[in-house]
Structures are given as structure tokens and as C-alpha cells.
Design a protein around this ligand. Structure first.
Ligand SMILES: [Zn+2]
Length: 188
């Protein structure tokens, strides 16, 4: 039995002939690697179940893909190189990393984030705590009301342990809380 698309969790090193439907959930600025002059750019891709994977572009591929993998857009990605992440650099997005190169097939599906059309794809706020599966992203329907006007809605945090950080968005740093050497500062 073959399914049209796989999920991020179905793809492991050595998998072939796979296609995953993903949304670009984060796109960081290109960086220079610490120990070599190589430029790299990290992205966080999210599948239809809300699982995420870190994808990385290197060198010339950064420019080649700059207009293709844009934040919030949905793509079909096939045949990225799947690599086990160095545990030292492992972000919370899991044990594998996708390397996007000229051999990776990428097809754009829509111009914006797909909001589910089916009621069952939304999670009720009251049920989130009791969910058995740990997911990072949920679709919820809610009404936001502001009671304290000068409150802050987010803070810069470590992408590995969520603890507060004084770094700038996208910066790589050594997190003093979780000891991650390549923590990335992301808003939470
Ligand atoms: Zn941390």
C-alpha cells in the first residue's frame, strides 16, 4: 500500500523515493560556520501532523533556493539528503536533518499557510494538556483578548530548552541553561 506523501517521521537516512508535504515554519539568516568558512542556512520544516525537521542549505544553494523556500509557504519536498544530526548541534527538531541541494526536488503548493478546512484538524484548547502525543504545533480556534496593554507576548529563547536568551533573532550561541553549543535564538 503506498501513500501519496510521507510524514517527516517516516523519512530516515537511506530512505528513497519519498515526498513530504511541508510548510516552511522558520527560515533563519545565512550564517558562517564556526570552524570553517562555509556559509549555511537553517530552516524548520513542518509536516501536516505538526512534526518538524531542521533543513540546511550550504554555500551556493543558499542563493539558489532563496526564492523557493519562503516562510509560510507549502512545498512538496523529495529526496533531500537525510543525515543524522551531530548530538552536539541537535536542536529540538529531532535526530535527523535534511540537506537541501540541487538534487532535492521542491514543488510549491500554495502561496500561504494552509489553514485546515476540516473541523477535526483543530484541537480544542481544553484538550491540549491531555494529549498523548507531544506536538509542537496545533491549530486552535480561539478569541484573543488583551487585558494588560503593556504586557509582552513573546521573549527571545533557546530553540532547544525554551529558556530566555539575550541574543538576537537567529543568532547561534552557547545556552547556559541546557549547555547546547549551537542553540539558536528564536521568539517564543
Ligand atoms: Zn537552552
Amino acid at each position: 500500500m503506498s501513500k501519496e506523501f510521507q510524514l517527516i517521521s517516516n523519512v530516515s537516512p537511506g530512505s528513497s523515493g519519498w515526498t513530504v508535504k511541508v510548510v516552511v515554519a522558520e527560515k533563519f539568516s545565512p550564517r558562517i560556520a564556526q570552524k570553517s568558512p562555509t556559509k549555511y542556512q537553517n530552516l524548520i520544516l513542518m509536516d501536516t501532523e505538526g512534526s518538524t525537521v531542521q533543513a540546511t542549505l550550504y554555500g551556493q544553494n543558499i542563493t539558489a533556493f532563496q526564492d523557493q523556500l519562503t516562510l509560510g509557504n507549502t512545498y512538496l519536498v523529495s529526496n533531500a539528503m537525510v543525515k543524522i544530526t551531530n548530538p552536539e548541534y541537535r536542536a529540538k527538531s529531532g535526530e535527523v536533518q535534511w540537506i537541501i541541494s540541487g538534487r532535492t526536488k521542491i514543488r510549491k503548493l500554495s502561496s500561504k499557510l494552509c489553514i485546515p478546512t476540516d473541523e477535526k484538524d483543530f484541537t480544542e484548547i481544553k484538550n491540549i494538556q491531555g494529549l498523548k502525543t507531544v506536538k509542537q504545533f496545533f491549530w486552535i480556534k480561539g478569541k484573543a483578548s488583551v487585558t494588560v496593554l503593556n504586557q509582552t507576548y513573546w521573549y527571545m529563547s533557546c530553540n532547544n530548552c525554551n529558556k530566555i536568551s539575550s541574543e538576537n533573532y537567529g543568532d547561534i550561541y552557547h545556552c547556559v541553561f541546557c549547555k547546547c553549543l549551537e542553540a539558536q535564538a528564536i521568539p517564543r
